[in-house]
Design a protein around this ligand. Structure first.
Ligand SMILES: [Zn+2]
Length: 305
């Protein structure tokens, strides 16, 4: 009974607004598309790892979940959010990349029978990094996390793949190394909604864990996609494309250009950390937490070019 009341309120009451389900607010972007916005914080016990954008797409036959959040608790809330909106089965869980704030809710979907799908390098990266992530996330979340928290993909996207949910087709594309080396984008062709995962950060500072030059090159390609709206990995859940990429584009170009300048001037990494990109400080949330790491990565990448 409770469930039918919730479904009634959610489908009839506020179709295009934010509303809570088990503490997880979902926004409906278009017919059958729901996204939850994570907070701009580092993972801790207060936010339960709920720091990334996660969501799902409902087709005529079944549902695809896109990213699952930073803890089993967030994954369970996301599954509840799906089940409050549809009785259709969850057929796919798509992971946009390896970072734990996007995949540590996976385990909540294992017994749904869903097929887990990711970039062709995701399985190897989860294997290589999983234990480190598990320990780090358990510490930050101040909770126990067993090894089941790591759920590798059942199916790899080598280049591109289409998933038919019934009446709507999702097109998945595995990208070259950019934010990470496991980045996957998802386009809902029915509505022109493009999930970019962490290839796009808005408001929260981008974090570089792949290739700076690769990321800029990937953005050049993505900009040509004719999308009605994009869903970034962090930031507002629905934005115009390609306008939404402007701030990140500027930041990554500043990082590239100023790092090259200090390298050309013979600077050390310490000097680079003091100078590169400091003018970007007020443009981003969590700047101090991540900018130095980005400069170190950029320096290491560009030092020998
Ligand atoms: Zn990420």
């Amino acid at each position: 009974m409770m469930r039918s009341i919730c479904v009634f309120l959610l489908t009839v009451g506020l179709p295009l607004s934010v509303h809570g389900t088990n503490g997880l607010a979902m926004e409906q972007l278009a017919d059958g598309i729901y996204v939850h916005q994570g907070v701009h914080e580092d993972v801790d016990s207060g936010n339960r790892g709920d720091i990334a954008n996660i969501g799902f797409v409902i087709g005529d036959d079944c549902v695809a979940v896109i990213d699952t959040g930073g803890s089993p608790a967030v994954g369970e809330d996301l599954r509840a959010a799906v089940e409050q909106r549809t009785e259709k089965p969850i057929c796919h869980v798509i992971n946009t990349h390896v970072h734990p704030d996007h995949v540590f809710g996976n385990n909540a979907f294992v017994d749904s029978g869903a097929e887990f799908i990711g970039h062709h390098r995701l399985a190897a990266q989860l294997s290589a990094r999983g234990e480190y992530y598990r320990e780090a996330m358990a510490r930050m979340l101040d909770t126990e996390l067993d090894e089941n928290v790591i759920v590798p993909p059942d199916r790899a996207v080598e280049d591109s793949m289409e998933l038919d949910l019934g009446g709507r087709v999702l097109r998945l594309q595995a990208m070259p190394t950019a934010h990470t080396d496991t980045d996957l984008v998802v386009l809902d062709q029915a509505t022109g909604t493009l999930w970019l995962g962490d290839l796009l950060f808005v408001d929260r500072i981008p974090s570089l864990d792949g290739s700076l030059l690769g990321w800029l090159a990937v953005m050049d390609d993505l900009r040509d996609i004719d999308a009605e709206r994009v869903v970034p990995g962090h930031g507002p859940v629905s934005l115009d494309w390609p306008e939404a990429a402007a701030d990140q584009q500027r930041y990554l170009e500043v990082l590239r250009d100023q790092t090259r300048q200090v390298i050309d001037a013979g600077a050390t990494i310490d000097q680079a950390l003091r100078h590169v990109g400091r003018d970007e400080r007020d443009a981003w949330q969590l700047f101090e937490e991540y900018h130095e790491g980005n400069v170190q990565s950029a320096f290491a990448e560009l030092e020998w070019e």
